[in-house]
Design a protein. Sequence first.
Length: 385
Amino acid sequence: MAEPQAAPVHSPVLMLGGGLMGLAIAHQLACRGRSVTVLSRDRHEAAGFAAAGMLAPHAEGLEGALLALGQESLRRIPDWVGQVEADSGLACGLRNSGVVVPFRSSVEREAFPTARWGEGLDRAALERQVPGIGAGFRCGLLFAQDGQIDNRRRLMRALERACIQRGVRLLEGVEVQGLLRGGVAGEFQGVTLTTAQGERQILAAGQAVLCGGAWSGLLLSGLPVEPLKGQMLSLQAPREALPRVVFGPGTYLVPRQDGLVVVGATIERCGFHRELSPAGLRQLQRGIRELLPAASHWPLMERWSGFRPCTPDAGPLLGASGIPGLFLATGHHRNGVLLAAITASISTELICGTLDPVCAGLLQAFRWDRFRDCADIGLSAMVCR
Ligand code: GLY
């Protein structure tokens, strides 16, 4: 097998993963004139197709650096989506629907980490925002600045189309087997992979982004990313029956423009077992009954599951890795759709060497080396399976 050669400065950048992050970064890089190849094993596995699409740093109750990252991403989303829509010619279903978080007591509400960013609602105001809200909820917070996007039916497809329009090479059915390293500093030099036809190949490249979602740790052992399964379902509501997203304890309802309501989600630590279970369904149905009793009568349309890529502190892994030339964009846990815009931007700027001080500051809290256990990543990545 021939040794891969060191890549020239502007050789293609590889996306190791063809989900939301891989496509979003590939698109931004292509907009900057870079040549990009996306390696995707099975596009349907992507969390971007499973998530509910909430753009909700406040309703999710994020704190500290993660809240700042989420807020910055939220600020950038309209422009980012505009660019994806312009390049693809497809609407992404971005809605400034606002998100209501209901509480059983005012004590609970006051303790909510992002309470100061929301508008307080007493029971009457809560009922006006969410007609038919369950009787157990006494007050709420309205985060009018939070919203949603139709990731599953629209954004993912639009991103794929935008990438193609910008000349990105999308390789589907490709399984990356290992990373190739060489040179004095053990730089990234490419990957070994199995093609959709089952052939083993080497793909040389000087730069890559590891954006394999919940599967990222399989490629870079030592990377603390584990799958957390979420079971979801959708209901068909009468149009406009639910004007706001409702983010209840353990269950949320996300109404799309056409009346489809996405309901999530279980949180299960069970490896990569994607089965839909009766217990998962019961949990969601119980949540729906408590949150919005009328919704129990809306027809069930679909059930599915996906895997959140979770790190020990629930924050993403972004930026440089211990391997020169390899960047990380993974571990987005519950906030992948929200963080796609800022992740694409930061990753692109880093790769192009034009990261501004604001983004550099945001990045600090999400470096891979904040986890001591990761200290051996540089060595373990030598392994080519
Ligand atoms: N962001 C919602 C969830 O992960 O279920």
